[in-house]
Design a protein around this ligand. Sequence first.
Ligand SMILES: Nc1ncnc2c1ncn2[C@@H]1O[C@H](COP(=O)(O)OP(=O)(O)O)[C@@H](O)[C@H]1O
Ligand SMILES: O=C(O)C1=C[C@@H](OP(=O)(O)O)[C@@H](O)[C@H](O)C1
Ligand SMILES: [Mg+2]
Length: 167
Amino acid sequence: MTIVLIGFMGAGKTTVGKILAQKTSSKQVDLDKYIVDKINMPISEYFDKYGVEAFRTLETQILKEHVNFPGIVSPGGGVILKEENQAILRNMPLVVYLQTNLDELLNRIEHDYENYRPLIDDKTVDEIREIYLPRVPLYEDIAHHTINTTDKTPEQIADMILALVGD
Ligand SMILES: Nc1ncnc2c1ncn2[C@@H]1O[C@H](COP(=O)(O)OP(=O)(O)O)[C@@H](O)[C@H]1O
Ligand SMILES: O=C(O)C1=C[C@@H](OP(=O)(O)O)[C@@H](O)[C@H](O)C1
Ligand SMILES: [Mg+2]
């Protein structure tokens, strides 16, 4: 079974995906990590060198390679932006939107010292809101299920996703 987790940066796609894979004894592929291993540089460096559009092209290519991945797929938050990706995601069996309010996302991202997120780490709250708001309807529209993560632990969220698939 392929389960895809979508949501804004900081929603927990990477973290929840890892727990979900452990709980289901399946594999997880984090598309950002996969890309980083492939390009052999951090995403921020790739953005600086080649630009966001080049990253998006790569992201689509990597998404396509994982449409039948037997496990948990954790893409980056921007995967829903391209129409081509939207069509791919709609055709996948289970897409779960990890919904989180912006204050909580900002708090998580601020305390996430392991990941530098080039699209938002040097932006003001208003600028980040401008990236966030137009994406929300896309996440909502593409997902088969939505889980509000705001006051929940990654463990609780993973259990809720398991309940969706009937364990
Ligand atoms: N439900 C949660 N509650 C509190 N912190 C969380 C939760 N989910 C993720 N985090 C933390 O938020 C940060 C971003 O999580 P991550 O899994 O990288 O998100 P994403 O892949 O969606 O950008 C990490 O530091 C992670 O530990
Ligand atoms: O939302 C986005 O546009 C991005 C999200 C990031 O992944 P996370 O959502 O896992 O942080 C990463 O793919 C890149 O920095 C761009
Ligand atoms: Mg991630």
